[in-house]
Design a protein. Structure first.
Length: 170
């Protein structure tokens, strides 16, 4: 069986999406999403009728006292494709500004996991993966760039876990 990598990340908003405080973030959505769509190894991303995922609800248990939670979810051919895009110029420039727009969160806000090629993960599935990561730490069910597990069909013929030094990620 062939596998792809799925990722989810959530962010707690500091203000409503239509506020002036988040205007720069909202303006960056279309260019950042377009860069992902064009990236090597990109397969799929969660989106609504506006082409982003800001109106898609989920992770209500994580809202706390924030102005809301936004969900980003995508699928990539390989972990390296995802990592290259995350660390690329377009995404990095927006990521460096995240403290202006999003609350600081101690718990994990990003989870990655292997899926069979052709599968589109659901928000419910992503919630379970992120909750498992928060409760159990990295496992084959949900992991991070720092602790990467091989796809299920490769586990028997390779080491079960690659550390960040082996992967080259921070």
């Amino acid at each position: 069986m062939n596998y792809h990598i799925a990722q989810v990340n959530i962010a707690r908003l500091r203000a409503p999406l239509d506020s002036g405080e988040l205007a720069d973030f909202v303006a960056s959505l279309a260019p950042v999403n377009a860069s992902a769509d064009r990236a090597s190894g990109f397969v799929w991303r969660l989106q609504d009728e506006d082409g982003d995922s800001t109106s898609i609800r989920g992770f209500d248990w994580d809202i706390a006292q924030s102005a809301g939670v936004i969900v980003n979810m995508s699928v990539w051919e390989t972990i390296e494709d995802l990592s290259d895009w995350v660390q690329g110029t377009m995404h990095r420039s927006v990521l460096l500004q995240r403290r202006k727009w999003f609350e600081r969160v101690v718990e994990a806000t990003t989870a990655i996991w292997w899926i069979p090629a052709g599968h589109e993960p659901t928000v419910v599935e992503a919630e379970a993966r992120l909750m498992a990561l928060r409760n159990q730490g990295p496992t084959e069910f949900a992991f991070t760039f720092r602790t990467i597990f091989d796809p299920p069909d490769q586990i028997e013929c390779s080491s079960r876990v690659r550390t960040d030094s082996e992967h080259g990620s921070s």
